[in-house]
Design a protein around this ligand. Structure first.
Ligand code: PLP
Length: 364
């Protein structure tokens, strides 16, 4: 007999999510393991955060009204169709748990964000991994994975950790093959960085169809990862479900205050995009010149394949120099490392580190 309470069986199938490393013994740290904004938060968001201190005894506004109003005005969306959450992780979990349960299937792309299978198992549902073509979401494989048990399809666009994306036309075509009772979640966490004419974060699909939801985050370009803030744009009936399922005060007051200032600071966003657009191709070129394959990315990160070298050896070498990048074994990409795009000093430290590694470890 088990002598203590037992969770439902699927919980023990979950491999806990391991975040990026944030510490190393080095004089200067380059934290490039969690896709955070190297410019930090908007100065206006920091001010708003500090100004909140005397009101910390007050409950937050449980409807995040002012924040939804600000998001709605910046993105030109009706605020009644926006729901805020404690990170987009919370919203993704609420959506998956609300629409899928035991006996149901949730489809994700083979190298989709790791939280999708975790949240699916937590719901008691079965994650279904659709194969990819050259590390890119394959719409045909997603469609082929649909069964009568499918309740949700969740895709990151652009995808973390691969950086690849589906164009607006590819997404629309994929959606046309998805039954109307299946919820399509478009996780557009990196949308603000996705500076490409063929990219669409999903607003028009949400507007047109009753089975599409878009999620967004303040953890990436807005530099507010510590506060845990995200939002969803959804049809009315999904908004209703999220508002029933979420905690009454799921978004804290500091996140609301800082989020309003951050989303309105267009200049900080533009500067962040500019740094990313300049440093990402620069890093990719340097890596290619050193003989490594890189994958095209629309995000604030680059996936680099390290053969003939061992990616873990490279990662540990970089770590010893204070350069923290993300190992990819949990994604089945143990040959690769994911490097967040930082500022000039960060990127130079990566390149100098990899060069020093090559000198010490010449390829056979
Ligand atoms: C694709 C994707 N979705 C969602 C998240 C979670 O973001 P949040 O901090 O808003 O929970 C991340 C964070 O790395 C991500 O890469």
């Amino acid at each position: 007999m088990n002598s203590h309470p037992q969770p439902h069986a699927a919980i023990l199938d979950i491999k806990p999510y391991i975040g990026g490393e944030a510490k190393a013994e080095a004089a200067r740290l380059h934290r490039l393991a969690s896709n955070e904004n190297p410019l930090g938060p908007s100065p206006k968001a920091m001010e708003a955060y500090k100004a909140l201190a005397p009101d910390l005894h007050r409950y937050p506004d449980g409807s995040s009204h002012a924040l939804r109003e600000a998001i709605g005005s910046v993105f030109d969306l009706p605020m009644d169709r926006i729901v805020c959450g404690a990170g987009s992780d919370e919203l993704l979990g609420l959506l998956i748990r609300s629409y899928a349960g035991p006996g149901d299937e949730v489809i994700h792309s083979r190298h989709g964000f790791l939280m999708y299978p975790i949240q699916t198992r937590l719901a008691g549902a079965q994650p279904v991994s659709a194969p990819e073509a050259d590390l890119k979401t394959d719409p045909k494989a997603i469609i082929g994975a649909i069964t009568p048990a499918t309740k949700v399809i969740v895709l990151a666009n652009p995808n973390n950790p691969t950086g690849s994306f589906l164009t607006a036309a590819e997404l629309r075509n994929l959606h046309a093959h998805i039954p109307s009772h299946v919820l399509l979640i478009l996780d557009s966490a990196y949308a603000e960085y996705a500076d490409h004419p063929d990219y669409d974060a999903g607003v028009s699909l949400v507007n047109e169809f009753s089975n599409v939801v878009m999620t967004r985050t303040f953890s990436k370009i807005y530099g507010l990862a510590a506060l845990r803030l995200g939002w969803a744009y959804a049809p009315d009936h999904v908004v209703d479900v999220l508002n029933r399922a979420r905690d009454p005060f799921n978004v804290n007051a500091a996140a609301i205050a800082a989020g309003i200032a951050a989303v309105r600071d267009a200049e900080h966003v533009a500067r962040s995009v500019e740094v990313n657009n300049r440093m990402r191709p620069w890093l990719a070129r340097q890596m290619e010149q050193m003989g490594y394959r890189t994958y095209p990315s629309l995000g604030n990160f680059l996936l680099v394949s390290f053969p003939p070298h061992n990616a873990e050896d490279v990662r540990l070498f970089l770590k010893a120099r204070g350069v923290l990048v993300r190992q990819m074994g949990a994604y089945g990409l143990a040959d690769c490392l994911r490097i967040t795009i930082g500022d000039e000093a960060d990127m130079q430290a990566v390149v100098d580190g990899v060069r020093a590694f090559q000198i010490e470890n010449p390829a056979e």
